[in-house]
Design a protein around this ligand. Sequence first.
Ligand code: SAM
Length: 232
Amino acid sequence: MKREFDNFDEFAKDYRKTHDKSVELSGADSDYFSEYKIMELLKFEKADNSMKILDFGCGDGNSSKYIRKYFVNSEINGIDVSEQSIDEANKKKIENTIFQSFNGEKIPFEDNQFDIVFTSMVFHHIEHNLHENILNEIRRVLKPGGRFYNFEHNPNNPLTRKVVRECPFDEDAVLLKPSYHKVITTKSGLNIKNINFTLFLPRHKLFKPLLGLEKFLTWCPIGAQYYIRSIK
Ligand SMILES: C[S@@+](CC[C@H](N)C(=O)[O-])C[C@H]1O[C@@H](n2cnc3c(N)ncnc32)[C@H](O)[C@@H]1O
């Protein structure tokens, strides 16, 4: 049977160790990659606003850990299809955060609930013909004016393709071209405000003085990852 979405149960326990190994050539660890994405949100959002935030495809809750750290007054929900990942997330005991598993299709919340939906590295684990339904669901649970941040690997970057090829949990991943990602987001009725490319340089000490220059490159479609920011 063709997969609808990848099951991460078998990777849940050692997810961070596996990811650390997969990204080690970059000079940074898995936590670094979780934290930088939440810091991107801070370019657009006020950290101390009281908001409801959904971490869609939250896995073991590592992004939620950083959402908690920076969005101090937020109420966080994390959902994922992998029950074992949710068990790992719950072990983190993140304050004011509820993790739950769901069927991967119908988001288990009422309409117009969330100020922000955040998702990281999830859509390439879902069959492309299901993307539109999931985007419609995300749009449904966002409040009018709510923001959606969808972080993805950039298939235009050869190093990203190599990392994905060699990462055990990305075996079945099908990366989203930015042009495709743009079309499906617009089709779902969300208004795209930004498409930002990120992570142009390795994170080794030697490159540290240059990292500040990356903010001038967000337009350049060769960053290792990118995100689309859209508004309901
Ligand atoms: C590469 S992991 C990323 C986890 C987390 N977002 C992070 O960045 O650390 C991909 C996650 O997507 C989840 N996933 C796959 N299909 C899904 C679906 N239809 N709905 C929600 N989550 C899904 C997997 O179970 C897995 O936890």
